[in-house]
Design a protein around this ligand. Structure first.
Ligand SMILES: Cc1cc2nc3c(=O)[nH]c(=O)nc-3n(C[C@H](O)[C@H](O)[C@H](O)COP(=O)(O)OP(=O)(O)OC[C@H]3O[C@@H](n4cnc5c(N)ncnc54)[C@H](O)[C@@H]3O)c2cc1C
Length: 466
């Protein structure tokens, strides 16, 4: 057998790369990582999840304070600009980066700095374009290079009024109005943030429904609550062109509509970071969006080269990237059964207002599959905890098999939805007969809590059975 420098070489230090590197080194494999950005942590830490969630929290806190009757009556308001709110993310980013760097240092995993490119299936070169380049060999590779916003060539992203989801983080003023083109997760999350900041908002959706992969009731609730805050949502539209002006930008739609706002945020599509990876030299062909195809073991068309995270497409979540990285490493070690269990049933967390989270099947999927199911609902407004905290918007919905009572899907929107979902996930992931609605009916929940929603929803559903 050939003598390679490393057992596993990981390209990219985002959650996908970190999951793979840490899992592989815990199994005693010799691991190294390449990262082309000056800091560890990937897009997740520096321009995706962490900055956007920290910004959301800062906006949410300001809005909540300004809505407090006591402060309003005292004539007190907090009025921070977009850059000031954005600034609040920097300390979180630093903490995250320091912590993640520590993982590599403690586990003695070297991090090579620079762009990695394949030379052959067991050799890679890493280095800056004008600096020193080092050749490294490994038995296996894990590609975890992430993706970036798709930039159509006819849109001028150098214009100071036209942004994508990376450049919006550098917005230097608070706009009074914004058009967001693309109503995927990123478009919907930024819509909620800018509405909460008080901006006039057009959300332009190229599809007919918001976040079509969600249960219809949850997707409808998001549309309803966004509209209730004053957002203008247009479905089934396609852009004709985007025109930058000195005082704003115009979104021209193929339907003939024109939307003029202070700024435009392009949030339509992402491209895999595969263009400068030397994939042509090893015969791996990305699709038209730069994404890689893998099998259930996360192997590409080259057996010793794996790919995980955003670069393999849906669900494009940090949480998913991390478990996919771990699963790829487990496959490399030969632990196939743990690997398969890991990447099953990944929950969705969407940080809109209201927050959304779900796991398992939707009503649409169950109906199409002909599975006999029943529904249990709990409205947050009827929970004591939600009344006390004045966060009454929301609902928990349980879908369960009407004969076995097994939980088939959990769908939630409202405050803390992304946390609440995990209670349902814990029961749903039990083997039969422990995955059962009866758990929620026969369990004592602290009072008052949001977790109580599970008992309310379970009883609501159970009472529908005959
Ligand atoms: C605005 C926004 C908000 C989001 N919010 C959430 C959220 O709330 N929850 C959630 O779960 N997910 C969220 N996501 C998605 C999440 O950020 C991604 O799913 C996650 O970052 C993917 O991880 P990854 O490891 O695949 O890639 P990344 O985190 O993008 O990391 C890839 C790394 O590879 C490096 N790299 C690329 N090419 C090379 C190369 N050739 N050589 C060396 N290094 C290279 C890059 O510099 C980068 O550091 C959000 C994304 C965006 C854009």
């Amino acid at each position: 057998m050939a003598d390679y420098q490393y057992d596993v070489f990981v390209i990219g230090s985002g959650p996908g790369g970190e999951g793979a590197a840490m899992q592989a080194c815990k199994h005693g494999l010799k691991v190294a990582v390449a990262e082309r950005y000056s800091k560890i942590g990937g897009g997740c830490t520096h321009w995706g999840t962490i900055p956007s969630k920290a910004l959301r929290y800062a906006i949410f806190t300001m809005t909540e304070l300004n809505n407090r009757t006591m402060l309003r009556e005292a004539g007190l308001t907090v009025d921070l600009s977009f850059p000031q709110l954005r600034q609040s993310a920097s300390s979180v980013i630093k903490q995250q980066e320091d912590m993640r760097r520590g993982f590599y240092e403690r586990n003695r995993v070297p991090v090579y700095s620079g762009q990695a490119r394949f030379i052959d299936p067991h050799t890679i070169e890493v280095g800056e374009s004008k600096g020193a380049v080092e050749q490294i060999t490994a038995t296996n590779f894990v590609i975890a290079v992430g993706c970036r916003p798709y930039r159509p060539p006819d849109v001028d992203f150098t214009h100071p009024r036209i942004f994508d989801s990376d450049s919006i983080l550098d917005l230097s003023f608070t706009p009074k109005s914004i058009s967001i083109y693309g109503a995927g997760v990123v478009g919907c999350e930024y819509s909620s943030m800018f509405r909460n900041l008080g901006c006039k908002l057009n959300l332009v959706n190229t599809r007919q429904q918001l976040l079509e992969f969600l249960d219809d009731e949850i997707s409808d609730a998001l549309s309803y609550h966004l509209r209730e805050t004053g957002a203008l949502i247009r479905h089934g539209e396609t852009y004709e062109k985007i025109e930058g002006l000195d005082d704003g930008a115009i979104l021209h739609l193929k339907s003939g509509k024109k939307l003029k706002t202070d700024i435009i945020l392009w949030a339509n599509g992402r491209t895999g970071n595969t263009d400068d990876l030397g994939l042509d030299t090893i015969g791996i062909v990305p699709d038209s969006r730069g994404l890689l195809t893998v099998d259930k073991q996360y192997t590409t068309s080259v057996p010793n080269i794996y790919a995980v995270g955003d670069v393999i497409g849906y669900p494009s979540l940090a949480s998913a990237a991390y478990v996919q990285g771990r699963a790829a490493a487990l496959h490399i070690t030969g632990d196939v059964s743990s690997a398969e269990q890991l990447a099953n049933d990944i929950p969705t967390g969407i940080y809109t207002s209201p927050e959304i989270s779900s796991i398992g099947q939707t009503e649409r999927e169950l109906t199409m599959a002909g599975i006999p199911y029943e529904i249990g609902h709990a409205q947050f407004k009827s929970l004591a905890r939600a009344q006390i905290t004045n966060r009454r918007v929301g609902m928990l919905k349980l879908l369960f098999h009407r004969e076995t009572l097994a939980i088939l899907g959990v769908h939630c929107f409202g405050a803390q939805a992304a946390e609440i979902i995990h209670i349902g996930q814990a029961i749903m992931s039990q083997p039969p007969p422990n995955n059962t609605l009866m758990y929620f009916i026969n369990t004592t929940f602290n009072y008052p809590t949001m977790a109580e929603a599970y008992r309310v929803a379970a009883l609501n559903g159970f009472n529908r059975l005959f």
